[in-house]
Ligand binder design. Structure first.
Ligand SMILES: [Zn+2]
Length: 377
């Protein structure tokens, strides 16, 4: 447990002084000292010189996980993109790409493209030398993962993926195991490790995209629920006799407040060709109808976030996804509703903010999780 806490702190904050590791982990100085000695002897940790205070005097000694001992890979598959990153074991990115891709049409084609692109990236990084296979690979997908089977709960989100076993398909093509994870969960880990949520152990990450999902960090750990579907706030019912949802229920939050729902309404007033990029552009330009729509969607999402916050008492709600600007009407709607529908005691402590990592949150979360898996004792 102490080893894991120290390693996680190093990955999150390196280079970091031993005193800061003591402060941030809450472990005793003696415990941290013995773990550091152990990790150094195993070659998993090196000591580097930090910048001298005021540019003079003895530079502080800082700890850093050893970078030369392997790489990890993170992938983020979205409804319209494929993003890939390779990092060293400290979580420092070595390469990153993001390309537009329709993954819904064919799972087979999407998996082939993802595997080929990752192998090309690894080949380029090795540059003729020996890089070795990634120590771990984490792949984010836009749907809930059933934790009893490790599989995407097909049919709920990705129409072209019904019956496909993505973890097995990736493993077979790559010749090594992979870990599948829900995209909102990875967004939460990304913002917690590298972004707005650094150092905040109780936070919600809400992703507003084609669907709506939340990732929860509780007491510094990702919370997945008993079967992996915790945080599916897009399927909270907000209207008893609302539109049918792809999940089989009616009047779910995402039938009225997702990108799909926004486009369905905007196409009636602004023309059938409207894309999500167009919608975001007219909101930024101040189009009154579009601003009203985004604000109302934010209000509906905020009511559900308020209920979740009343239950979980988080310190921070980070809102991510392509439609969210900070400041912007969607975030303003969410913030106002959270203020209005939580008890004053909860809302006075709770910060609602846009993400710092923007569209990279899921990818960086995949890298962070892969780094944790690769360096776990
Ligand atoms: Zn639903």
């Amino acid at each position: 447990m102490s080893r894991r806490l120290v390693l996680e702190e190093l990955i999150r904050s390196a280079p970091i002084s031993q005193a800061d590791v003591v402060r941030r982990t809450g472990l005793s100085r003696a415990t941290v000292a013995s773990v550091v000695t152990e990790l150094t002897a195993e070659g998993r940790l090196v000591t580097v010189d930090g910048p001298a205070p005021n540019g003079r005097g003895r530079p502080p000694r800082l700890l850093q996980p050893h970078a030369g001992s392997g790489v990890v890979a993170g992938l983020d598959l979205g409804h319209s993109h494929l993003a890939i990153a390779v990092a060293d074991l400290t979580g420092t990115l070595l390469a990153e790409t993001r390309t537009p891709m329709n993954i819904d049409a064919s799972a087979d084609a999407a998996i082939d493209t993802a595997v080929t692109s990752l192998q090309k990236m690894l080949g380029e990084l090795a540059a003729g030398g020996e890089l070795g296979a990634p120590k771990s690979i984490v792949i984010g997908v836009p749907g809930p993962i059933d934790s009893t089977t490790g599989q995407l709960r097909s049919g709920t989100v990705l129409s072209g993926w019904v019956g496909v076993q993505p973890a097995e398909e990736f493993s077979r093509r790559l010749g090594q195991p992979v870990v599948l994870e829900n995209d909102a969960n990875l967004g939460a880990i990304g913002e917690y490790t590298y972004g707005r949520g650094r150092g905040i152990d109780n936070l919600l990450y809400v992703k507003v995209s084609s669907g709506i999902g939340a990732g929860m960090i509780l007491n510094g750990e990702l919370y997945r629920g008993s079967r992996g579907t915790a945080g599916e706030i897009g399927h909270v019912q907000v209207s008893e006799d609302g539109p049918l949802c792809r999940c089989g229920s009616r009047g779910c939050l995402e039938t009225q407040s997702s990108a799909e729902a926004a486009l369905a309404l905007l196409r009636q007033t602004h023309g059938p060709q409207m894309t999500l990029e167009d919608a975001i552009a007219i909101v930024r330009a101040g189009d009154p109808g579009a601003v009203r729509l985004f604000t109302d969607m934010g209000t509906a999402i905020g009511r559900v976030v308020a209920a979740v916050s009343a239950n979980l008492d988080p310190q921070l709600v980070v809102v991510g996804g392509p439609m969210v600007d900070d400041p912007g009407p969607l975030l303003a709607g969410i913030t106002a509703a959270v203020r209005r529908y939580t008890q004053p005691y909860v809302s006075s402590q709770l910060v609602v903010a846009g993400g710092q990592l923007h569209q990279r949150a899921g990818l960086l979360g995949a890298v962070a999780m892969a780094t944790q898996l690769a360096t776990a004792p």
